[in-house]
Design a protein around this ligand. Sequence first.
Ligand code: ATP
Ligand code: MG
Length: 158
Amino acid sequence: ERIDFVTYFHHIIDRLEMNIPEHITFQRDLPNEKLPVLMDQDKITQVLDNIISNGIKYSPEGGRITLRVTKQRYRIVIAVEDQGMGIAYDKLDKIFDRFYRTDKARTRKLGGTGLGLAISKEIVEAHHGKIWATSKEGKGTTISFTLPLVGKKRRFTR
Ligand code: ATP
Ligand code: MG
């Protein structure tokens, strides 16, 4: 369905905000314009639920989680930035593999199967988007993904 991503994302954040732990705060960095995207709303909700709950789960000391949307020419970039434990540079691609969990995630006995990001990647790619991670160990992690914008109706002229 065709959805205004900004309105939709505000609703998602509102819902999650009601249940976040006390030591976590959300910060919204969303544009004030409509950004129409063609997407399966339930599937993208699954992606956001996983990425944002990872941000909370892997930030045991707490901190701010920034939820950002930026518009580019033909796509939007959605970014979820935390101030948690971070991920080693050489593991940044592996976290999207099925069942992969970092040593830190396992030794801290944080529950999980290691499927969340693998499923998220499949969903994002099915929407013709990309997903990636940037991180600094001990400082925090940003998970970003793109979705194509619905173009203005093209008028074909000769
Ligand atoms: P599941 O999502 O299936 O319950 P999970 O959270 O372990 O389990 P993924 O969401 O796929 O699985 O994440 C894979 C691994 O990537 C995690 O186990 C963790 O090691 C690492 N990871 C993911 N997000 C973060 C983050 N925000 N900060 C630090 N490490 C992360
Ligand atoms: Mg997860």
